[in-house]
Design a binder for this molecule. Structure first.
Ligand SMILES: [Zn+2]
Length: 353
């Protein structure tokens, strides 16, 4: 298989490459593919940064690798939601904080892995943020979450995102039989973007989220062809759908609030701000998710044009990553999309030889 495609399909290879070049980020957010799968990947990262075998980056045979595989290595710690509410609590963050500032016990590096990081409450998130802002040397963090829309933006902005895909097809095959309206490519898109998580896939189909992703995919395909819409029109088409959905959700929320008018005011305010935070979080995830749709579309385009050595895949992927990074800044999303489409059209219509 083409090594670039292989690397995109196995995100671990990207992390390995970053580590070998001394460019491993201090904090990653793992999403997709199921908690257990991501947990196994986090173990691989732990082995990568602590393996004793100089020839390999995670041999699986040395004492360090074996301890990590059994969750017995003191420098690779998994922090799980606790208590009746199944939350990651401030006490857990505090005790991690103390250990994080000590030297590794046995290995070269320490790794802290937060399972279901979306269960961090505001207090615990703030405590974690302080460490992520100034990470101690030789210390790495992995946040594992199937619901990144529930994480605080401040935390997200400190983490590099890595998306995993589960390779179990059976549920998706069932889904495609039930929902015959999806084409093969759409089903692949759905599977890939949800990281193979069937519950997310069903929710996206029910709530119209996937419809918007298909639309973004179609618009990208148009942009990859000569002619078509202007970059302004393409950005607009994507944004109108997103904004309409957001406004509808806000309208629904305020209707719900009106029905609750007999409830105590402070309680009401709480529900309202939680509801608004959720709508904002989901909107943000959809915006970030557009870049995954684009990356998928560009990869498909590349696979179709494998024989065309002039296909500027690296350049196009770079535009996607730039767009993704800019999307967590304060630049209006419309401008980011417009400039993305502009660059994309230029690159495709006059590829560098
Ligand atoms: Zn090893």
């Amino acid at each position: 298989m083409n090594s670039l495609i292989k690397m995109i399909n196995d995100p671990f290879l990207i992390l390995e490459k970053a580590y070998n070049h001394g460019r491993l980020a201090h904090a990653y957010l793992f999403t997709g593919g199921g908690i257990e799968h991501m947990r196994a990947m986090a173990r691989r990262v732990g082995a990568l940064i602590n393996c004793e075998n100089a020839e390999s980056s995670s041999c699986g045979k040395c004492i360090s690798c074996r301890k990590i595989a059994e969750d017995k290595h003191p420098d690779v710690q998994f922090i799980k939601p606790a208590g009746a509410m199944r939350k990651l609590k401030i006490d857990q963050i505090r005790s991690m904080h103390d250990i994080a500032h000590m030297k590794p016990y046995e290995g070269r590096n320490k790794l802290f892995v937060f399972i279901e990081a979306d269960t961090l409450n505001a207090e615990a998130s703030n405590a974690l943020l302080k460490i992520l802002e100034e990470p101690p040397v030789c210390t790495f963090f992995i946040l594992i979450s199937l619901h990144p829309e529930k994480l605080f933006t401040t935390i997200l902005s400190r983490c590099q995102r890595v998306r995993f895909i589960r390779n179990d097809d059976s549920c998706f095959t069932e889904l495609s039989l039930k929902d015959g309206s999806l084409s093969d490519i759409e089903l692949t898109l759905l599977k890939e973007l949800t990281g193979g998580d069937i519950e997310t896939a069903k929710r996206w189909l029910d709530e119209g989220i996937f419809e918007r992703k298909i639309q973004a995919h179609n618009i990208l395909n148009k942009a990859l062809q000569p002619g078509g819409y202007s970059s302004f029109v393409m950005a607009d088409k994507i944004l109108v759908e997103l904004e309409t959905n957001r406004k509808e959700r806000e309208k629904l929320l305020s209707e719900e609030m009106r029905k609750l008018k007999d409830v105590e005011k402070s309680y009401l305010k709480n529900i309202e701000s939680e509801g608004n935070a959720q709508i904002a979080g989901e909107y943000r995830e959809e915006i970030l998710g557009i870049w995954d749709v684009f990356a998928f579309g560009i990869r498909q385009f590349y696979l179709k044009n494998l024989n065309d050595s002039k296909c500027p895949i690296m350049e196009l992927m770079k535009f996607v990553e730039e767009g993704r990074k800019r999307s967590i800044s304060n630049v209006p999303f419309r401008l980011i999309l417009e400039s993305f489409f502009l660059k994309l059209k230029e690159a495709v219509n006059s590829p560098a030889s």
